[in-house]
Design a protein around this ligand. Structure first.
Ligand SMILES: [Zn+2]
Length: 374
């Protein structure tokens, strides 16, 4: 789970999470509604009532975003794409898919399902707002606000900027026409990037025109979209290149090993100072026994380094960073990110097969990506 995220509960087996950033934005929206929008539009109501209206508005907004994301998720499920979690972020929500759509039609329909839900909600809230207009002004006002918000949500998400919904529809369409997912992702994310710059440019104009806070928001959202587009492209490239490729193909087979019987002093002089790796496999009687690196030595005094053997100071195999030879490259990369370690032994049935580093994976990614060209 990303930091500062809280699980609220489960709907249709999907975990619903909220990010602390969203909670802060929600507070900000409630405050601006209670002290700005509602008192200006509907004068003469008690101050406390404005706050209740604002709270109802923010809850309605959260439910609207949730329904938008659920709509993506449940339609995805029809196409066999499982969504495990929905996280409410700063600018809406994100459904975490375990896999990407495998056909363009699924991509297009799944992406369109969210904005479609927002449009339906906008119409429903507008209808409810008009129906309650004669009965209760505050209720009608909140419902009207939610109608407008859902309309904005639908339109904003339909902008053809990958990885936003409209960008996904665009990618699906290009994919359908060209039959080339890589090309489609490239074009759709470039559109996302360009759109991010346009928003930022408009923000700058707003600032020059004197609307500082509004302009800053546009720049922020623009840059957020630009980064998301870039990240989504890299992520999809990574998946394309790494999926189905095992460590067996990518690992280094010639690995420098260390004998468990030598002293730490010898290890430092003969291995650490000559090859400068962060982690070495330790062999005892021809069998893999554990790992040793700077971390195991750093705290030891000169005297201890002269007396202690590598076998005594090493991290035993069970606690060492290891991966299976049949492990997927994508899985290995996630493992490296999660554990914040960049060097893993590749092991099969307790025997050392090779070594894989983050640099190996990234180099491989770069070479293949450049070879594919565009
Ligand atoms: Zn969406």
């Amino acid at each position: 789970m990303p930091p500062m995220t809280l699980t609220l509960g489960r709907v249709f087996g999907i975990a619903i999470r909220v990010n602390i950033g969203w909670a802060l934005i929600a507070l900000l929206i409630a405050w601006s509604l209670a002290t700005g929008a509602f008192p200006t539009l509907y004068e003469g109501l008690p101050e406390q009532l404005y706050w209740w209206m604002a709270i109802a508005g923010v809850i309605g907004l959260a439910v609207s975003i949730l329904l938008h994301e659920l709509s993506h998720s449940l339609v995805g499920r029809l196409f066999g794409i499982e969504v495990e979690t929905i996280t409410l972020f700063m600018f809406g929500g994100a459904a975490q898919m375990t896999e990407e759509p495998t056909e363009p039609k699924a991509e297009m329909i799944m992406a369109a399902a969210g904005p479609a839900m927002s449009l339906v909600l906008a119409a429903a809230f507008e209808f409810a707002s008009r129906a309650t207009a004669g009965m209760s002004e505050p209720m009608s006002a909140v419902l009207g606000y939610l109608a407008l918000l859902n309309l904005v949500l639908a339109i904003f998400n339909l902008i053809p900027a990958f990885p936003m919904d409209g960008g996904r529809v665009l990618r699906g369409a290009i994919w359908q026409v060209t039959g080339n997912l890589r090309k489609a992702t490239g074009i759709a994310s470039r559109a996302g990037s360009i759109f991010g710059w346009i928003l930022s440019g408009l923000g700058l104009l707003l600032i020059l025109a004197g609307a500082f806070v509004g302009g800053l928001w546009w720049i922020l959202i623009g840059q957020f979209i630009r980064m998301a587009a870039l990240g989504a492209f890299q992520q999809s490239e990574m998946k394309r290149i790494f999926e189905g490729r095992t460590l067996d193909e990518l690992m280094t087979r010639e690995v420098e090993t260390v004998d468990a019987a030598i002293t730490l002093e010898d290890f430092i002089r003969d291995h650490l100072f000559t090859s400068h790796h962060r982690l070495y496999p330790v062999m005892r009687d021809g069998r893999l026994a554990g790992t040793i690196g700077i971390d195991e030595i750093r705290e030891k005094s000169q005297d201890t380094r002269r007396q202690l053997t590598v076998g005594e100071a090493m991290t035993p195999l069970a606690e060492s960073p290891t991966l299976r030879a049949g492990c997927d490259a994508m899985e290995a990369l996630q493992m490296m990110q999660k554990s914040e370690r960049s060097r893993f032994l590749v092991v099969q049935d307790g025997a050392l097969k090779g070594l894989i580093t983050l640099k190996d994976l990234l180099d491989h990614l770069q070479v293949r990506s450049e070879l594919a060209g565009d």
